[in-house]
Design a protein around this ligand. Structure first.
Ligand code: NAI
Ligand code: MG
Length: 354
């Protein structure tokens, strides 16, 4: 039997509630599809600070590296906000991503027909949107040296090397091969030398993927096109800072933050997590939407090449939404019945097992 070691990091706030539901769904598809998932739980963020006085203990890094994939909830909360920066939950997550060598962040914006009214854009603009942002995560201006600030002057440095561009481009083209075979590479090549190199290297990588259509777009235009006509996109490939901004913009096409998954890949082990945070304002109330985490678990199964199980999960979510079940955050959109976090998880697990 196929066996996978899954690192489980529940985190803080609603993290434990939503990860529990994803595990429920994973168990349902594993038994149906005939593979085994072996879970090992690790602490990160505030939960780790409380026990180890360290937001990213060595055991969490070692355990994650020793897993086939890691499913993660969310970290952070007011309880730990006043701690020095290196002890804060957010530092723990950055350290974990870095230790796992995760240089690519993949964020699909998935529209559910049942929830087209949840978006602030018109239903006819967003219906049928199926795009994903591939963002470079460990380079660019956020990490470039030198960086400096005094009272009168401050600067940061945007650097990308040929190798860094090539490896993220390759991931974008691989994604496109599994999708609609189109890559839109987003840069600012009319102004930035870094973007000139970016274009050159992306063109080179594209030669290995003759089936994939490549277009280049300036970032300012891309920001506009995303809200004007998001259906034109398949894979958006971009660097760290542009990707940070565009992926948040793209996520809002969908409407509710509780619906959006992400994958961080590039190392041996992938990290799969919802895009939202730990939502301390609703933690412990049983109203958090577990769908973003359950979709992250589906992305994890794709990563493990269990694509039929992943599809099973996505179909189960669609069916449950079609039947009119909604968590509180999406209750305004054609709800037949408003359900708790755990009820939503069970409904999806039941459908996925059928
Ligand atoms: P947030 O994403 O936790 O919450 C924003 C709003 O969305 C809140 O009103 C929340 O109740 C709602 N929300 C989020 N997820 C939801 C879900 N699954 N179902 C229903 N409603 C949901 O962002 P916020 O409030 O800015 O940050 C809270 C904490 O989370 C902070 O400590 C922040 O640093 C941390 N954070 C952690 C992230 C991570 O672990 N990757 C990412 C973003 C923030
Ligand atoms: Mg951001």
């Amino acid at each position: 039997m196929r066996n996978y070691k899954i690192g489980i990091i529940k985190g803080d706030g609603i993290g434990p509630e939503i990860v529990e539901e994803a595990i429920k769904v994973l168990d349902a598809v594993a038994s149906k599809e005939g593979f085994n998932l072996e879970y090992n739980e690790y602490l990160l963020g505030g939960a780790a600070v409380d026990v180890f006085d360290n937001p990213c203990p060595d055991e969490t890094i070692k355990g994650s590296l020793n897993s086939d994939a890691v499913l993660f909830g969310a970290i952070g909360g007011p309880k730990w906000e006043s701690l020095p920066k290196e002890k804060r939950p957010e530092s723990g997550l950055l350290k974990l991503r870095k230790s796992l060598g995760l240089f690519a962040n993949i964020r699909p914006a998935i529209i559910f027909d049942e929830l087209v009214n949840a978006s602030s854009l018109k239903p006819e603009v967003i219906k049928g949107v199926d795009l994903t942002v591939v963002r470079e995560l460990t380079g660019g201006i956020y990490f470039g040296e030198p960086r400096y600030k005094d009272d009168n002057k401050a600067y940061n440095t945007m650097i990308y090397t040929r190798d860094e561009i090539a490896r993220i481009a390759k991931i974008a083209f691989e994604e496109a091969m599994k999708r609609k075979k189109k890559v839109t590479s987003v840069d600012k090549a009319n102004v930035l030398e870094v973007s000139e190199l970016w274009r050159e290297v992306v063109e080179e990588v594209a030669k290995n993927y003759p089936e994939v259509e490549l277009e280049h777009m300036y970032v300012d235009n891309a920001a506009m096109q995303l809200v004007r006509d998001p259906k034109q996109f398949d894979v958006i490939l971009t660097g760290n800072i542009f990707g940070d901004i565009l992926s948040d913009e793209a996520s809002m096409i969908v409407g509710s933050i509780g619906l959006l998954p992400s994958a961080s890949i590039g190392g041996k082990v992938g990290l799969f997590e919802p895009i939202h945070g730990s939502a301390p304002d609703i933690a412990g109330q049983g109203i958090a939407n577990p769908i973003a985490t359950i979709l992250s678990a589906a992305m994890m199964l794709d990563f493990l090449n269990e694509t039929s199980a992943a599809e099973r999960i996505r179909n189960a979510i669609k069916e449950v939404l079609k039947e009119g079940y909604r968590t509180k955050d999406i209750a305004a959109f054609d709800a037949k019945e408003v359900v708790t976090t755990s009820e939503m998880g069970s409904l999806i697990a039941d459908h996925a097992a059928n």
